[in-house]
Design a protein around this ligand. Structure first.
Ligand code: UDP
Ligand code: MG
Length: 303
């Protein structure tokens, strides 16, 4: 059986259309399936829509969070809930083309454990958005050693991969990267991002920025290395300035150079502050992880 996980946050306009489109395609292809909608604490009627859809289509299942826990949490809940031999994760706004699910499924039948959806185009995005996204994916590709440039959350994974992913205990996790990190035989399927049919994107500049920083910290310790590198350069600088000061002292010109002192204090002070900030951020993340709180809390479930 194929499980399709659909994280949904304020998607009341999309639930029925998405469910219908997917069921039609999968039934036509004679693929046994279940659709798992994870309501990520929506503020609109998403849960009601899921319940209604469930009453007309018995293959639909729903999980509802007690509040908004974010898309990654919703994906994890779906993975824990699904009973399929393989699982597809896709957005519930139909931006991930549903007919590609069949293509992914056929590749799985040929023995691939991970089928990654790779974007051929990024849809309509502003220039700045595109630039930031590029920078983010460059950093992430370096951190994971996997080319993430056109990666997406749209993918099919085998049940043994699901098991491996569910074993990763960390709460701050970047699902896209994790599915490559676990390894297994994988291939890709290219797709064009569709326009959103109804509803609106849940992201804005600020939330994307926080998302980017969180994921970089979750997968890479490169910012911490900045601290050592900055320390090394400050030390070199200190040696040069130290020698210069000593020469001035022995030449009897020691009182001059007060501006230099001010500049040095400011420079070293700011490097120290930035470095402490980086360390503090990682510390905060460790603190969050060590509390061991659950990734999400379920308030309702169908059947
Ligand atoms: N989503 C979610 N929780 C959130 C934000 C988004 O489950 O906190 C879901 C959303 O319902 C959709 C998918 O994640 O199915 C992608 O969201 P969206 O379409 O807003 O992102 P975009 O396509 O603009 O990147
Ligand atoms: Mg979308």
């Amino acid at each position: 059986m194929l499980s399709v996980i659909l994280p949904s946050y304020n998607e009341e306009l999309m639930i029925k259309t998405t469910s219908k489109t997917l069921s039609d395609i999968l039934e036509k292809e004679k693929i046994d399936y279940e659709l798992i909608f994870v309501d990520d604490g929506s503020k609109d009627d998403t849960w009601h829509e899921i319940m209604e859809e469930k009453s007309t289509n018995s293959r639909v299942r729903g999980v509802r969070f007690s509040r908004n826990f974010g898309k990654e949490a919703a994906i994890f809940a779906g993975l824990a809930e699904g009973q399929g031999d393989c699982t597809v994760i896709m957005d519930c706004d139909l931006q991930h083309p549903p007919e590609k699910v069949v293509e992914m499924y056929r590749l799985w039948e040929q023995g691939y454990a991970v089928v990654e959806g790779v974007k051929t185009s990024r849809g309509s995005e502003s220039f700045i958005h595109r630039m930031c996204a590029n920078a983010f994916y460059r950093i992430m590709s370096k951190a994971t050693g996997v080319n993430m440039k056109n990666a997406s959350d749209f993918k099919l994974i085998d049940s043994k991969v699901v098991k491996a992913i569910l074993k990763c205990p960390e709460k701050n996790v970047f699902f896209r990267a994790l599915s490559s990190w676990v390894g297994f035989k994988s291939t890709i399927v290219e797709f064009d991002v569709n326009e959103r049919v109804a509803g609106e994107s849940k992201w804005n500049g600020k939330s994307l920025f926080i998302y980017a920083i969180t994921n970089i910290v979750a997968f890479s310790t490169a910012p911490l290395q900045f601290v050592s590198i900055a320390g090394f350069f400050t030390f070199l600088f200190a040696v040069v300035m130290g020698i210069q000061s000593l020469i001035r002292y022995f030449n009897g010109k020691a009182l001059e150079g007060f501006t230099t002192v001010i500049l040095l204090i400011l420079l070293i002070g700011s490097v120290l502050m930035i470095s402490l900030g980086f360390i503090g951020y990682y510390l905060a993340k460790i603190y969050e992880e060590i509390k061991g709180r659950p990734r999400y809390i379920i308030s309702d479930k169908t059947d």
